[in-house]
Write a protein that binds this ligand. Structure first.
Ligand SMILES: NC(=O)c1ccc[n+]([C@@H]2O[C@H](COP(=O)([O-])OP(=O)(O)OC[C@H]3O[C@@H](n4cnc5c(N)ncnc54)[C@H](OP(=O)(O)O)[C@@H]3O)[C@@H](O)[C@H]2O)c1
Length: 290
């Protein structure tokens, strides 16, 4: 498995995406757990327009909360067994404490032809195998809620024995954003940096907006300017692969206003507070069962 992912690996992943798009059309998906992330995945799959909506089934007990998906042709069920029975790809998207019971429920209906991808934080591949056995292709995925817009960053981990099924999983998550393979040991770190990262970035956005309002913009204008600026900053890095400081150097004139603002932020603990926040989130994850 690849630990760090360079631009060459990213390019290979994108080529894979283009080559395999056509085989996606007939895949049938079962999303077990239609909460925040499960719903976002369903929305992302619909948005790809590469998968028939009728091939998507999503389950939860309070189905009325996602019944609007019925109007798009998605099957909304309470019955996990029915969902799994017709599926090629089973996506597990429930809370960690809910997973064991669900695995026991669906275990008799799992066939080696299908693929399971668990998004459940803190529940290891070996813990899942301990319940369902080691004959079902099994992957872990850590996406984020931008999956609804096909802009997820998804970190994937799997055991070597499932290498032959890897491309099928990449195919899905490259339609839903970008994906990389990591060792399972890094799953907790991926949860913090990628999944929690959405909230961290949005809190930065809120703070910038509040500053923007204080210096004269109406809230909606401050939001628009901040969001598009963050998107532009991300693209500068994603498209060039430059270190952020390289792009910052282009904006910071000697004795200028940008460097004054940046230095004041650092005096107030900006980078330090972000790093401490990440480490605090990481320290709260149960490391017994990464
Ligand atoms: N949210 C994120 O950004 C994010 C990102 C990466 C990974 N994750 C992981 O994804 C998992 C889900 O997170 P979440 O934020 O989406 O939680 P959530 O909103 O609570 O969603 C979990 C859903 O599972 C459903 N559920 C519970 N028992 C079920 C059962 N027996 N059969 C079918 N559905 C059942 C619940 O709906 P009912 O009560 O109606 O059944 C609930 O909507 C967690 O393990 C989390 O670690 C989340």
């Amino acid at each position: 498995m690849v630990r760090g992912v360079g631009s060459e690996n990213v390019r290979k992943i994108l080529i894979l995406q283009v080559e395999n798009i056509h085989s996606m059309i007939n895949k049938r998906f079962a999303i077990i757990g239609g909460g925040n992330l499960g719903l976002a995945i369903a929305e992302g799959l619909i948005k790809t327009e590469k998968i028939s909506n009728q091939n998507i089934t999503i389950t939860r007990r309070k189905t009325h909360l996602i019944s609007h998906l019925n109007d798009k042709g998605v099957h909304v069920l309470t019955d996990n067994v029915s969902a799994v029975n017709g599926a090629d790809i089973v996506l597990l998207v429930v809370k960690p404490y809910q997973l064991a019971d669900i695995l026991l429920e669906i275990k008799p209906y799992l066939k080696p032809e299908l693929i399971i991808v668990s998004m459940v934080a803190g529940f290891s591949l070996s813990s899942i195998e301990a319940i369902i056995g080691d004959k079902i292709p099994l992957f872990r995925g850590m996406p984020n809620t931008a999956i609804a817009l096909c802009e997820s960053m998804t970190c994937l981990a799997y055991e070597k024995k499932w290498e032959s099924r890897k491309n099928e999983v990449f195919e899905i998550f490259n339609l839903l954003g970008k994906s990389v393979v990591i060792t399972e040991e890094l799953m907790a770190s991926a949860t913090v940096l990628g999944a929690c990262g959405i909230a961290f970035a949005l809190r930065f956005m809120r703070a910038a907006m509040q500053g923007g309002i204080e210096i004269g913009f109406a809230a909606d204008m401050a939001q628009f300017i901040t969001a598009q600026t963050m998107k532009g900053a991300s693209e500068l890095i994603l498209q060039s692969n430059h270190h952020p400081e390289q792009e910052i150097d282009k904006v910071t004139t000697p004795r200028g206003i940008t460097i004054s603002g940046l230095n004041e932020m650092e005096h107030q603990g900006f980078s330090s507070s972000l790093i401490q926040g990440l480490i605090t989130s990481f320290s709260k994850i149960d490391k017994k069962d990464k």
